[in-house]
Design a protein around this ligand. Structure first.
Ligand code: SF4
Length: 383
């Protein structure tokens, strides 16, 4: 199984951000860490086998103090069996990392660090509302390497208002100059209620046209491949052996337990041959007071609960696995659902193969590049 922990603290809100995050004082962070640990204790019985991956995300986990981080990871180890070879990832933001924090993280077992670089140009970073410069990204990478972290990811964004193809090229070059082991490149999505969305509505900013965005994406694929970072998922690229195990687990429906504000969990309720897979997804409250009250009372029913039927589970397998270049494995599909992929989707997959949208090789169905470009249309067909 996988563990996810949400740390909702940020120095300030980025213009495009719709995650649950806010600034907080040291005492509030202390109280939150205590709630997280209490939740970890309350939910021990939900653990589905040893923990293969832990992901500490946010927000900005690097805004915790070294002692808060140490307490948190030690507490997790007390309540869950974390495998000795588990991947333990943590998100962080340049400008918030210190050598003391990184040393604590490494000694507590963190072995993968993800840094939000986003862009190279100061004016684009400012437009996005980021709190750091590229120089701070570079310093953070050096500090992380010095602390012994040899699995580093950089997050980048393309398709930003005002960003040109040459800006994006320069951002990719700058990121590659730091020799990351993994790189995530996300197309900017304006989310409801964000300052970015308001600026777009007021006409103060304009998104690049879709052709330019596509050129940016193509450039990333080409350039990163040349640098030894192979694309393994729509937005993710890695050196061989450095693919993010936590995310792959999510895309292959490994059960996960999410602790903290707004964190989601998924567990298998029933798996019967011929009847398929029934899952339960729960989501914690996204309001801090409601979350803390839920934990204080010990009554976890305040979480939103949703049962996923065998039919929905099969579709989720397609939706999640088709994000990855390796696609949906026929044997994995059969093991999960007790029915062959051929029986459920065979006819439609074959039709799409003939249209050049899917490929069928090495016991798996995967999207072609043409199929990836219209992934949503492909999924609607499968529905
Ligand atoms: S650092 Fe990340 S989580 Fe925090 S406000 Fe910015 S985008 Fe949101």
């Amino acid at each position: 199984m996988e563990l996810y922990l949400h740390i909702p603290f940020c120095v300030r809100k980025c213009a495009y951000c719709s995650f649950v995050s806010f600034p907080a004082a040291a005492e509030e962070k202390d109280a939150y860490v205590a709630s997280l640990l209490r939740e970890a204790e309350l939910r021990q019985s939900e653990a589905d086998g040893p923990v293969e991956t832990v992901y500490i995300g946010g927000g900005t986990p690097s805004l915790l103090s070294p002692s808060q981080l140490r307490r948190l990871i030690a507490g997790l180890r007390e309540y869950y069996e974390i495998r000795p070879d588990a991947e333990l990832s943590m998100e962080s933001n340049p400008g918030t990392l210190t050598a003391a924090f990184l040393d604590t993280a490494v000694s507590a077992g963190v072995n993968r660090l993800s840094l939000g670089m986003q862009a190279y140009q100061p004016e684009i970073l400012q437009f996005l509302g980021r709190i750091h410069s590229f120089e701070e990204v570079s310093r953070s990478v050096s500090m992380a390497r010095a602390a012994g972290l040899n699995n580093l990811n950089l997050d980048l964004i393309f398709g930003i208002p005002g960003q040109t193809l040459s800006d994006w090229d320069e951002t990719l070059d700058a990121a590659l100059s730091l020799s990351p082991d993994h790189l995530s490149a996300y197309g900017l999505i304006p989310e409801e209620g964000t300052p970015l969305q308001r600026r777009l509505e007021n006409g103060e900013a304009v998104l690049p046209d879709p052709d330019l965005e596509r050129e940016m994406y193509d450039l990333a694929i080409r350039k990163l491949r040349t640098a030894g970072l192979e694309q393994y998922e729509i937005s993710n690229f890695a050196r061989k052996g450095y693919e993010c195990r936590h995310n792959i687990g999510y895309w292959t429906q490994v059960p996960y337990l999410g602790l903290g504000l707004a964190a989601a969990s998924m567990r298998i309720l029933e798996q019967q041959t011929g009847l398929g897979l029934t899952c339960l997804r729960t989501t914690n409250p996204s309001d801090l007071a409601a979350y803390q009250e839920m934990i204080r009372s010990g009554n976890l029913s305040a979480a939103v609960r949703e049962t996923i039927s065998p039919e929905e589970s099969r579709f989720e397998t397609m939706m999640l696995s088709l994000r990855m270049n390796r696609g949906v494995s026929e044997s994995r599909f059969l093991a999960l659902h007790g029915v062959s992929i051929d029986e459920v989707y065979g006819e439609k997959l074959e039709e799409m193969r003939k249209k050049g949208l899917m490929r069928h090789e090495n016991g798996a169905w995967a999207l072609t590049r043409k199929g990836m470009d219209i992934q949503n249309t492909v999924l609607v067909e499968l529905m």
